[in-house]
Design a protein around this ligand. Structure first.
Ligand SMILES: [Zn+2]
Ligand SMILES: [Zn+2]
Length: 458
């Protein structure tokens, strides 16, 4: 039986940036993968992890959670290496099925509207094939993966979105913890990640760094920020305006609509319809089927409390949607052009009495970021092939309801785990730099870029 003191890690995606997370862990000649995502800011083949660097079929792929930047390239991996066994938690299994089929539909639309020849990069039967290779495994229940080196794997609660997990990989000589995306503070539905208390020796920690450049001292608590959002919404509704909240379909949407429903029940926001887009509703149904993964006192309201947005690309429907005061929670969270949130924003920015409130991560290159920082009178394009629109709306704000750990929490986490090696991934360059300088806790520190290979000694 082989042993494996040193582990080699190749970053196929998600190093030096928030990109297509995909990490190849080599164990004595064979390998396993951690996540296989799709770059949130890129298109076509540029958005894929470097799958061409994988020479032999990986023995397994472990999936931390269902966000696109962690799962979006799985059907292509399986096209190249059919029958790779995939492992995730049961809710992530269901979420992946919805998210990946939805990506096919989105890519088909993009292909039709913008003539991108490569799209769709995969089709519904590729997704079906991938899902057949998936084996759901519960949290906190270690399982063995058959390979040359004995490998035991365990999913640990990560507090980020429904089903999200960190991955613990144990070989006889080297234990590796990959956090995936983690959140320590409780949200409306999800409980926070509990402080690390295990005494187990962790040789290598691969940790996300999304908020490495964000100090929690500068931001109010989740509840205070929610109340600030509630006040801003109430002010818009009193002026008979509409509120648009661009939101990721998985996680933020389910959290925000339940929080807003609570504020309505508490009398802090008027009772107006809360509209939600299709994918957000589909994932809501999965939240409903796995309430045991939410915090014990989570009050997940019946889905029919929230109304369907409908097809906002139909101008008549869009007009009737915004003709009365309402709250619209629509994808995409960063407001990529041509998505429902961009189309609704294009309509709302032409008047002054509405509100557009961002509640999640905004990349500096995104349309959402540009709109947030636009001055009235500036022009922006919301749909390709359509003219730019002059921004008249001033009430465009950002609220910090993040589901990622702040940097001092990441630092405390590293101190508690006390690994020999720490690998910082999944962060913008300034975030990674802060973590390298302030979070390393005397460990061997690695901040690899995409394409880099590092040797991690036990
Ligand atoms: Zn995530
Ligand atoms: Zn992520």
């Amino acid at each position: 039986m082989s042993t494996c003191r040193d582990i080699t890690l190749t970053v196929l995606g998600g190093g030096g940036e928030i990109g297509a997370s995909c990490f190849q862990v080599h164990l004595n000649g064979s390998s396993v993968l951690l996540d296989c995502g799709f770059h949130p800011k890129k298109e076509g083949f540029d958005a894929l992890p470097q799958l061409e660097r994988i020479r032999e079929a990986p023995k397994a792929l472990f999936v931390s959670h269902g966000h696109h930047d962690h799962i979006g390239s799985i059907p292509l991996l399986l096209r190249r290496f059919p029958n790779v066994k995939i492992f995730s938690t049961p809710p992530t299994y269901r979420i992946m099925d919805r998210m990946l089929h939805n990506s096919v539909t989105v890519m088909e639309t993009v292909a039709r509207e913008r003539g991108i020849e490569a799209y769709p990069l995969f089709n519904h039967s590729d997704v079906k094939n991938a899902m057949q290779c998936l084996r759901p495994k519960d949290m906190d229940e270690p399982f063995m993966v058959p390979m040359d080196v004995p490998l035991e794997v365990e999913f640990l609660y990560a507090g980020h979105v429904l089903g999200s997990a960190s991955l613990l990989l144990r070989t006889p000589d080297h234990t590796l913890l990959y956090t995936g995306d983690i959140c320590e503070r409780p949200q409306e539905l999800m409980d926070g990640l509990a402080p690390w208390t295990s005494q187990e020796r962790i040789h290598t920690l691969i940790i996300e760094s999304t908020h490495g450049a964000t100090s929690e001292a500068e931001y109010p608590s989740y509840e205070a920020e929610l109340l600030r959002l509630g006040e801003a919404i109430a002010a818009v509704l009193r002026r008979n305006g509409c509120v648009l909240i661009p939101s990721f379909a998985l996680g933020r949407t389910q959290e925000v609509i339940n929080a807003l429903a609570r504020l309505q029940e508490e009398g802090l926001i008027p009772f107006v319809p809360i509209h939600v887009s299709g994918l957000g509703r589909a994932i809501y149904e999965i939240y409903d089927q796995y309430v045991e993964y939410l915090k014990p006192d989570a009050n997940l309201r019946p889905l029919d409390l929230f109304e369907r947005i409908g097809n906002v690309f139909d101008p008549h429907l869009l007009e009737s949607l915004v003709s009365r005061p309402c709250i619209i929670v629509a994808t995409s969270g960063m407001m990529f052009p041509n998505t429902p949130s961009a189309v609704i924003a294009e309509r709302l920015v032409q008047e002054t009495h509405h509100g557009i409130f961002f509640v999640g991560y905004l990349d500096a290159d995104s349309l959402g970021y540009r709109l947030l920082h636009a001055q009235p009178g500036e022009k922006l394009q919301f749909q390709t092939g359509q003219p730019e629109v002059e921004i008249k709306l001033e009430n465009i704000q950002r609220f910090y309801l993040s589901s990622h750990a702040f940097r001092n929490c990441l630092r405390r986490f590293i101190e508690r785990v006390n690994p020999k090696n720490v690998v910082f991934v999944h962060g913008d360059p300034d975030a990674l730099e802060w973590m390298r300088t302030n979070g390393a806790n005397g460990c061997h520190t690695f901040v690899p870029n995409v394409g880099d290979t590092v040797v991690l000694r036990a």
